[in-house]
Design a protein around this ligand. Structure first.
Ligand code: PBG
Length: 324
């Protein structure tokens, strides 16, 4: 078909036609909203570099969860800021740890909300790395046991899904085994299968107080230059029992989202991370872009690239826009 016989503009002539041929749509049912939980009572602290995102104390969670449910956002991703940190990140699997208390509160006060937990040690270690340090290196195999204990403690507190973000080799299999041995075979694993060593996590590290105190994360998170390695990482996680594969960050890695979507038949998630959110907020605050439209276009692009699920700090705002 060539012009003038074929005229693409025929199907763009009004909103009803554009809607008729729209290939991709956003649905709040596929959003996951990250939440930061902190110690104390009555706390609601806005994160300076992430306007509209708050650190909440446990008693504030029910209200937040109900607000999400009312908007059709049914899934939360929990991060915890503990009272105390130590070298081994023992607060991550404490029975009465901040995340465990948050899960119990949420499942008690708003049972319909689905709680996924981030499984990682960096918020709980005094050195800020995602694993324990042995001879000045982040030790892979010694970390696995702690991660499995952490995931199990989340499931025991009532978590609906666990999401390991540490990037240690073999952690998905270790966590799956620990869950299955303890009758949690119904708790899925959303693996941060392909997580890059990215500068886009900057604002998050302020939010969760988890910047590494020495060195960086390049010995465990992936090199942004690699795509074939992403497929190898994802293949390992599939073999170890992952239920959902995540790519992170999202917008600078849409080719990776597409590559995973083409190669695997598991649901694909993409994490629209803190830096991506902060950049839109900052430009909008200067009046340089239309925030609502840039938000919607960004999330749509992530879906179009192949993400079934989007983890985003914009979940509530986008859900509100979708209702209009
Ligand atoms: C913990 C973790 C990080 C993020 C999610 N889980 C930080 C990191 O790896 O440094 C980043 C999320 C975001 O930037 O929004 N390992």
């Amino acid at each position: 078909m060539v012009f003038p016989e074929y005229r693409p503009r025929r199907l763009r002539k009004n909103a009803a036609f554009r809607s008729l041929i729209r290939e991709t749509r956003l649905d709040a049912g596929q959003f996951i909203y990250p939440l930061f939980v902190m110690p104390g009572k009555g706390k609601r602290e806005e994160i300076a570099s992430m306007p509209g995102v708050f650190r909440l104390s446990v008693d504030q969670l029910a209200k937040e969860a109900n607000e999400c449910l009312a908007l059709g956002v049914n899934h939360l991703l929990l991060f915890g800021l503990p009272e105390k940190k130590d070298a081994m990140g023992s607060g991550a699997h404490a029975k009465d740890g901040i995340v465990q208390r948050a899960i119990r509160e949420l499942k008690n006060a708003a049972p319909a909300i689905m709680v996924t937990t981030d499984v990682c040690l960096c918020e709980f270690t005094d050195h800020g790395h995602c694993g324990c340090i042995i001879e000045n290196r982040v030790d892979n195999d010694a970390t696995l046991e702690i991660l499995a204990k952490t995931a199990l403690s989340h499931a025991q507190a009532g978590a609906d899904m666990v999401a390991p973000s540490d990037m240690m080799d073999g952690r998905v299999g270790e966590i799956r085994a620990a869950l299955d041995e303890n009758n949690f075979d119904q708790v899925p694993i959303m693996s941060y299968a392909v997580k890059y060593a990215s500068a886009f996590y900057g604002p998050f590290r302020e939010a969760a107080d988890c910047a590494p105190q020495f060195g960086d994360r390049t010995s465990y998170q992936m090199d942004p230059a690699n795509v074939r390695e992403a497929l190898r990482e994802a293949t390992l996680d599939v073999d170890e029992g992952a239920d959902i594969l995540m790519v992170k960050p999202a917008m600078a890695y849409l080719d990776i989202v597409k590559a995973l979507k083409d190669e695997f038949d598991l649901p694909i998630a993409a994490y629209h991370v803190s830096g991506e959110y902060a950049m839109i907020k900052a430009a909008a605050a200067k009046g340089w872009i239309d925030e609502e439209r840039v938000m919607a276009e960004s999330l749509l692009a992530i879906r179009r690239a192949g993400a079934d699920i989007i983890i985003t700090y914009y979940a509530k705002e986008m859900a509100r826009k979708l209702r209009k």
